[in-house]
Design a protein around this ligand. Structure first.
Ligand SMILES: NC(=O)c1ccc[n+]([C@@H]2O[C@H](COP(=O)([O-])OP(=O)(O)OC[C@H]3O[C@@H](n4cnc5c(N)ncnc54)[C@H](O)[C@@H]3O)[C@@H](O)[C@H]2O)c1
Length: 335
């Protein structure tokens, strides 16, 4: 069975990837510096799977330590999720994002170079499509609308150049659309932190009465209800996409980038109504200005994921809302 290193494995998406891998009998090693996660997530992963993955609290940019980990566990493939993800944070502190998302990747690749491991699955984002018109296809030209997006484009370029220079590498870049939902056990999910900017954590904070109103950024988009349209994808579907990407990576060499989305766009108001129905609470909102860099409509062309990975999303809006709420409800003591 394959030995898989998951960087950022205690984070939101990473923890779901670990669960999926463990349930399919992969040997899992997790590296996470806990900069945006909690050690207790390891306990939750163990509670769900009855297996405790080996864990290292290490920054992925620490080449020496990463080399040691890769060698001692004979890692076959790295799933690299560790990064900072806040668009707003990247505008305030672009250097920090560049260091963590690009320079640390360079450190990780140097560590991999020192070992036999040449397979990497990399977490990119739909934000690399910039202001292109949906549906977003992998062949579109990339452009950055934020420093965060730029770090993903730079990282993709670094990986592409690596493959051009050395044909022993296999790189699968996964461009995620908007990850939502949680594991159906309610034990892992996305924590609604105070400085959350994503829709679901923000809606949760309102339902939990930790925020008065949801800020709805823009109701004057050229869309049927005036709010922005996004491709929301259940995090458990995303996790399964990583297992398909491992198989794909093992079957070939070179660089490839693949969208992971549902191919369906929902407006912010549609998601809000769906979440209200599940929580059986009203979510008051106030309309704020469109955020710089936000586009009106964003959804994936999912043909390539279907053809190359044999993967497609299975869970819909109701499961996304239900599982998100279940996690938040349990996490906050069953309110
Ligand atoms: N959540 C989304 O909707 C979404 C969409 C597109 C792309 N992505 C990308 O997916 C990846 C995972 O996102 P997420 O939502 O799970 O984020 P997250 O913040 O929950 O998880 C990232 C994890 O990486 C860890 N980490 C950060 N920098 C590290 C470093 N240098 N060394 C070791 N650990 C480090 C954090 O502690 C955290 O546990 C990120 O690369 C993100 O950019 C996420």
């Amino acid at each position: 069975m394959k030995n898989v290193l998951v960087t950022g494995g205690l984070g939101y998406i990473g923890s779901h990837v670990c669960v999926e891998l463990l349930q399919k009998n992969y040997n899992v090693v997790v590296v996470d510096d806990l900069s945006n996660s909690r050690y207790e997530v390891l306990d939750a992963i163990e509670a769900i799977t009855h297996i405790r993955p080996t864990f290292y609290q290490v920054n992925v940019g620490e080449t020496e330590q990463m080399t040691e980990i890769l060698q001692s566990h004979r890692i076959d493939v790295v799933i690299h999720l560790a990064a900072y993800k806040s668009v707003e944070g990247s505008i305030k502190n672009p250097q920090l994002f560049y260091d963590n998302n690009v320079t640390c990747l360079q450190g990780l690749l140097q560590a991999m170079q020192k070992t036999a491991c040449r397979n990497i699955v990399f977490s990119s984002s739909a934000t690399v499509y910039g202001k292109n018109t949906a549906p977003y296809v992998e062949t579109m030209e990339l452009s950055a609308v934020s420093p965060y997006a730029q770090t993903k484009i730079d990282a993709e370029e670094m990986l592409q150049n690596l493959c051009k220079a050395d044909d022993s590498w296999s790189v699968v870049v996964l461009r995620y659309f908007n990850a939502v939902g949680a594991h159906k056990s309610g034990q892992i999910g996305e924590l609604p932190t105070e400085d959350a900017h994503n829709l679901f954590p923000c809606m949760s904070l309102v339902v939990l009465q930790q925020k008065k109103r949801l800020k709805l950024y823009g109701k004057d988009y050229n869309t049927p209800d005036g709010t922005a349209i996004r491709d929301y994808v259940h995090v458990c579907d995303l996790a399964k996409g990583h297992l398909a990407a491992i198989d794909y990576s093992m079957s070939r060499k070179g660089f490839d980038a693949i969208n992971l989305g549902t191919g369906i766009g929902y407006s912010v108001l549609e998601m809000l109504r769906g979440y209200e129905a599940i929580c059986e609470r009203q979510i008051p909102y106030e309309v704020a200005e469109q955020r710089p860099g936000d586009v009106a409509v964003m959804y994936a062309d999912v043909t390539k994921a279907r053809e190359k990975l044999g993967w497609q999303a299975e869970l819909g809006l109701e499961e996304m809302c239900r599982d998100s709420w279940e996690f938040v409800r349990i996490f906050h003591g069953g309110k």
